[in-house]
Design a protein around this ligand. Structure first.
Ligand code: FPP
Ligand code: MG
Length: 330
């Protein structure tokens, strides 16, 4: 399996930030504090469901690279994770997804009405916490990210089932959906440490490109047979009408009526047979490799954004995170 061949050094990085990550986890719980019992109840379920805490890690490493030695990085890392969590609550409703991280999605247990509102509570609480812990530039970075994420999700919806979607449009969607939040995490780290504006921008561009890589890899993983290990179902994107990079490349490279055939599969909606045919055509046209090469090029672009920073432990960690983005999705 192509995604499995990469060196995996990520555990060491998580270990190096262990103390801070434990504090982030504690802080995350405070975002669900409310007398309205459904909020802490669903909060507990979500926190127990786990998640790799990738986005907080991007912030923690960036803050350490910027030589930050205060305490605001903890609540701000938890803000980034909770915005991600709120967005997934809403996204799972939009997508009608039954499973997240191998467990029933919150809306399939508590219903859409409750979960939409818990998402709103969580998101607004995250903004309150941002105001309490960051200056105006940090507040701006977080607000901009949520704003763009919503646009990305809407653009994705507008392009649902549209086989004429271009690679450029796809990139726009995933940049907004995933790139901007990881970019904000890196920007906040840089801002906390008081880096020069030029350096902050480089950190933000790094996070943006690493984030896009991350989403592209997630979209590839969706078509890989062992994706069940990630708690997701094979071919979920196709089922949801999402035309992601593998399908865009397949539509581009298809020959002799195959394009029409794929179009029909997308239009008809989910079927095991349709998915099987798409997977066969992926193999025939070597599509997953081509999409993986594109993701790898992006992770290289991400790493190049850090060229101006002197070598350090933290820089190496960020470089490794950009490689790791290639291997795993949400
Ligand atoms: C997952 O994509 C979704 C996102 C990365 C972003 C969703 C953004 C919003 C719902 C708007 C922001 C809203 C708030 C309240 C902050 P996916 O469906 O491709 O991934 P999946 O397979 O993990 O579901
Ligand atoms: Mg989804």
């Amino acid at each position: 399996m192509i995604l499995k061949q990469l060196p995996l050094d990520i555990k060491k990085i998580f270990d190096a930030y262990d103390k801070d990550l434990i504090k982030v986890e504690e802080n995350l719980k405070t975002l669900f504090e409310s007398n309205i019992y459904l909020i802490p109840l669903i909060g507990k379920y979500l926190i127990e469901s786990g998640g790799k805490r990738m986005r907080p890690l991007f912030l923690l490493v960036s803050a350490r690279l910027a030589n930050y030695n205060g305490e605001a990085h903890i609540p701000l890392a938890s803000v980034i994770e909770s915005i991600h969590t709120a967005s997934l609550l809403h996204d799972d409703i939009v997508d009608g997804a039954d499973l997240r991280r191998g467990r029933p999605t919150a809306h399939s247990l508590w219903g859409n009405q409750v979960v939409i509102l818990v998402g709103d509570f969580l998101y607004s609480n995250a903004l309150k916490k941002t105001v309490a812990n960051g200056g105006i530039q940090i507040v701006e970075a977080v607000a901009n990210a949520v704003n763009a994420m919503t646009e990305g999700e809407l653009l994705q919806l507008a392009k649902s089932g549209d086989v004429s979607i271009t690679e450029e449009e796809y990139l726009k969607i995933i940049s907004a959906k995933t790139g901007v939040l990881i970019s904000a995490a890196c920007r906040v780290g840089g801002l906390l440490g008081g880096l020069a504006p030029r350096e902050v921008e480089a950190m933000a561009r790094f996070g943006y490109k690493a984030g896009i890589t991350f989403q592209m890899a997630d979209d590839l993983l969706d078509y890989m047979a062992d994706s069940g290990g990630f708690g997701k179902e094979l071919g979920k994107d196709l089922e949801e009408g999402k035309i992601t990079l593998p399908l865009i490349y397949l539509l581009r490279d298809a020959r002799n009526g195959e394009r029409e055939e794929i179009q029909e599969i997308v239009e008809k909606g989910p079927s095991e047979e349709g998915l099987g045919r798409v997977l066969d055509l992926f193999t025939k046209h070597d599509v997953l490799r081509k999409a993986f090469d594109r993701a790898r090029a992006l992770s290289e672009e991400a790493k190049a954004e850090l060229a101006a920073f002197p070598d350090s432990q933290e820089k190496q960690e960020l470089l490794a995170l950009a490689d790791y983005a290639l291997q795993r999705g949400h």
